[in-house]
Ligand binder design. Structure first.
Ligand SMILES: Cc1ncc(COP(=O)(O)O)c(C=O)c1O
Length: 381
């Protein structure tokens, strides 16, 4: 079999992105402006939410959500340890305490354990939709309702995913999406905050641009006013029109890109199902999976070293990744909060045995067959 080099992820950029970005560059308006507004309107309509606000990352969207809902010192926020650090970092940024709840085998938070962690200080739940799968939002919203908690969905991986035919990220009081370079829809760096709450949307819009009054974004434009008021100590989290132009192009191609991902995943399932000792990803009931990641789990890590498999795949030109090192195992969280190995056994077991295989629209059926053949050879040797 001829050697191939297969990146873990690669943005699917065509002439359309070049055309739309170049339009913005020629327009003379590069920062937040008309293109961001168009992108926000398109996303709001497609997602079925009242407000979609473009920001510079999912991290920013989650941080703004916590600030806008008044979550702060003394408050506890329940989330999954099986996530990227930023989900927990933003809870610390507002001075609140992250309370982790272990996961199910499908990598998502174990909703059966959430209620046990609710205390009088609990103010919010931040479920994380892992890899493009979706948490059971019926169960989570029922707990939130019973205890009067705010739900902020970390839908960084969730663009294109649905639960009971409704978009991931639109069940809670607020949702946050990531358009980072590896995501199914990318703006290079970028994110989106969504909510149906008018007051929260006003706050987030203002806080995303220094807390300045909302007419401030166009203060340098002809007809714009130089006057603005700072109503809160906000942040520099706004999206730019360059990012929005990328986003609009990606959105126009989104169905096509998702279709390619779905095909790649079908080929993965077909060609990996015979290989013993690996568990293939599951799609939870009632979910349309976005297939941001294709995470496999090595069944017997005592016998097959996950890290050696990663290295052997790398030698064959196949780049992979691991999602995630659980947040509670990072030095800062251990040193400052006393978390230790053994606190969240399911998340830890998954983390020790998971490999995310390459998945992006530039891949072919032959790439998938090459990966499957190499994986089979490595595991059976
Ligand atoms: C689960 C999860 N949440 C949040 C983020 C943060 O996204 P961003 O890089 O857009 O801030 C990521 C990033 O990949 C993520 O994987």
């Amino acid at each position: 079999m001829t050697h191939r080099d297969i990146p873990f992820s690669k943005p699917y950029i065509t002439e359309l992105e070049h055309e739309y970005v170049s339009e913005v560059l020629k327009s003379g308006w590069l920062s937040r402006g008309p293109k961001t507004k168009v992108f926000e309107e398109k996303m709001a309509e497609w997602l079925g939410v009242k407000h979609a606000i473009g920001v510079n990352s999912c991290t920013a969207a989650m941080h703004l959500a916590l600030v806008a809902y008044g979550i702060g010192p003394g408050d506890e926020v329940i989330t999954s340890p099986y996530t990227f650090c930023s989900t927990a970092n933003v809870i610390l940024h507002v001075g609140a305490t992250p309370v982790f709840v272990d996961t199910l085998d499908d990598f998502n938070i174990n909703y059966n354990l959430i209620e046990k962690s609710v205390t009088p200080r609990t103010k919010a739940i931040m479920p994380v939709h892992f890899g493009g799968n979706v948490c059971d939002m019926d169960a989570i919203m029922a707990i939130a309702k019973k205890h009067n908690l705010v739900v902020i969905e970390d839908a960084a991986h969730g663009i294109g995913a649905k639960f009971k035919n409704r978009h991931a990220g639109t069940f809670g009081h607020a949702g946050a999406y990531s358009f980072y370079a590896t995501k199914n829809l990318t703006t290079g760096e970028g994110g989106l905050f969504v909510t149906d709450n008018d007051d929260i949307a006003d706050k987030v819009r203002e806080l995303s641009l220094h807390g300045m009054s909302q007419n401030a974004w166009n203060r340098y434009e002809k007809g714009g006013s130089w006057k603005y008021a700072v109503n809160a100590p906000g942040y520099k989290y706004n999206m730019t029109d360059i990012q929005a132009a990328l986003g609009i192009a990606q959105f126009e191609k989104f169905d096509e890109m998702q279709e390619i991902r779905k095909n790649i995943v079908t080929w993965y399932f077909e060609s990996l199902k015979e290989i013993k000792h690996i568990r293939l990803p599951e799609c939870t009931a009632n979910v349309i999976h976005a297939w941001h990641l294709y995470p496999i789990v090595i069944g017997d890590v005592e016998r097959f070293s996950r890290n050696e498999i990663i290295e052997a795949l790398n030698d064959e030109g196949i780049s992979t990744s691991v999602h995630f090192i659980p947040v509670h195992l990072h030095p800062y969280y251990q040193n400052e909060y006393g978390f230790k190995h053994g606190d969240f056994p399911v998340a830890e077991r998954l983390s020790e045995s998971e490999i995310s295989l390459p998945l992006h629209p530039g891949m072919t059926k032959d790439d998938v067959h090459y990966i499957a053949a190499k994986l089979r050879k490595i595991i059976l040797r």
